[in-house]
Design a binder for this molecule. Structure first.
Ligand SMILES: C[C@H](O)[C@H](O)[C@H]1CNC2=NC(N)=NC(=O)C2=N1
Length: 98
């Protein structure tokens, strides 16, 4: 089983991103101005998740996207969650939401 990471092990990687380490997950909130913007970001997240075969829990609303990244099989945060967070942050920056 893949070993999990505690917040001390992820803090440097999360510095300057929208993500914080909360318990067994990396969480982030993005403001996107409107629903179409939230969907654009979610579509980019979905592409990254599929390419990594690692998927977020999402909450979508008008002008907002909330993400929760955790490795279900490992029972906590792993390097895959950090990798997906990097992809998400880059997509959000590219779309002007970070
Ligand atoms: C069979 C498939 O590879 C696994 O279920 C993958 C799919 N996506 C996943 N996503 C996340 N966040 N955690 C997992 O453990 C996981 N496992």
């Amino acid at each position: 089983m893949t070993s999990t990471l505690d917040s001390g092990a992820t803090s440097d990687a999360l510095e300057g991103t929208a993500f914080t380490h909360e318990g067994d997950a990396l969480v982030a909130h993005f403001d996107t101005k409107d629903f179409a913007g939230a969907m654009r970001l979610l579509n980019a997240v979905a592409d990254s998740a599929e390419s990594l075969n690692h998927h977020p829990d999402v909450e979508l609303g008008y002008g907002r996207l909330d993400l929760r990244l955790t490795s279900h099989e490992a029972g906590g945060v792993t390097d895959l969650d950090l990798e997906l967070a990097r992809h998400v942050q880059a997509a959000a920056r590219e779309l002007g939401y970070a």
